[in-house]
Design a protein around this ligand. Structure first.
Ligand code: SF4
Length: 234
């Protein structure tokens, strides 16, 4: 399937979402895929909302991109959610500022405080959310479809780029002069919090730079729990 065909399908799906789920929100983590979706929402002038989670531990390059995106896409404002102050203070004062390196449990509890709880607030009352997930990103994403019911959060979840390859994402970004995170040019294919993201070397898996001290099976922060695949409506 060519990029043109995938692009048309993505545009169609985004338009359908805007029609059937006018309260749908795009989760923008400022990765390359989210930049493609933000650009498409702006070009199609779709009335979709966008939010981002500022964990408080993001790389400075991500904050720079946040400002660039705000200036480039004034019609697509991003609502930013932050962790709860009390929970963050309690975690850091109990486990240390980098306590997440000590065990999978402490890593997941940090993600719970800095990502999952704010995500729940961002999705509260919504009927659908949109992500930039792609199937080839991770072994844990092989069964994903372009839409599914997110039972954990109680709403529809759409993945309009599920079929796209990494090369196709970058072809779109280059062709349309879409802003992107400067860390991508330093061999960071996947960017999250600064202390949990590193660059990769040639031949490494694209997710190798995320939580690199853990087994591949545990390398999800909980934002994208496996949901129930659904067929796209006719
Ligand atoms: Fe905490 Fe790392 Fe998860 Fe960010 S990615 S919330 S710093 S454990």
């Amino acid at each position: 399937m060519s990029l043109d065909v995938k692009l048309a399908a993505t545009q169609t799906l985004l338009t359908e979402i805007a029609t059937k789920h006018p309260d749908a929100v795009l989760a923008n983590s400022y990765g390359a895929e989210d930049m493609v979706l933000t650009d498409l929402i702006a070009r199609l002038a779709l009335p979709l909302q966008v939010f981002s989670l500022d964990t408080g531990r993001l790389p400075v390059e991500t904050y720079t991109l946040m400002q660039q995106v705000a200036e480039r896409y004034p019609a697509v404002p991003v609502t930013v959610y932050f962790p709860q102050t009390g929970a963050t203070e309690a975690y850091v004062n109990t486990h240390g500022i980098n306590g997440f390196y000590h065990s999978v449990e402490l890593r997941k509890s940090c993600c719970q405080i800095r990502k999952i709880e704010p995500l729940k607030r961002a999705l509260a009352g919504k009927s659908a959310w949109i992500t930039g997930l792609r199937r080839e990103q991770s072994p844990t994403r092989q069964d994903l479809g372009n839409q599914e019911f997110d039972a954990d959060n109680g709403l529809m979840k759409f993945n309009p780029l599920i079929e796209w390859t990494e090369a196709e994402v970058w072809e779109y970004i280059r062709s349309n002069d879409v802003p992107y995170n400067a860390l991508h040019d330093q061999r960071y294919p996947s960017i999250g919090c600064a202390p949990c993201t590193r660059s990769i070397t040639v031949g490494e898996d694209v997710r190798a730079g995320r939580w690199w001290w853990e087994n591949p099976e545990s390398k999800e922060c909980g934002l994208h729990i496996k949901a129930s695949p659904l067929k796209r409506p006719a």
